[in-house]
Design a protein around this ligand. Structure first.
Ligand SMILES: [Zn+2]
Length: 83
């Protein structure tokens, strides 16, 4: 069990709550940010963030100004899948 803050893939708030399970048995979450259009999402564990080439991609995105995320989300290893 990994206890890390869950971030909404759209607004990156950590104000999310568990929202049941998907058909595959994965934990589903719901964003509580009233200004966010994301209704619910599922985190998919992939560990991509630990691969050097991915870190380089993140650095490139940060330089381009298009992929900057709050620190709470920057080190996350999960990919959030929108539903
Ligand atoms: Zn959100």
């Amino acid at each position: 069990m990994v206890l890390e803050p869950i971030c909404c893939p759209d607004c990156h708030t950590t104000d999310v709550v568990k929202n049941g399970k998907s058909a595959e048995g994965k934990q589903r979450y719901r964003c509580r940010n009233g200004e966010c259009s994301r209704a619910s999402f599922i985190l998919h564990y992939s560990y991509r963030g630990y691969l050097p080439e991915v870190k380089q991609q993140i650095a490139d995105m940060a330089v381009n100004g298009s992929g900057i995320k709050p620190p709470a989300c920057a080190s996350r290893s999960e990919i959030a899948l929108g539903y």
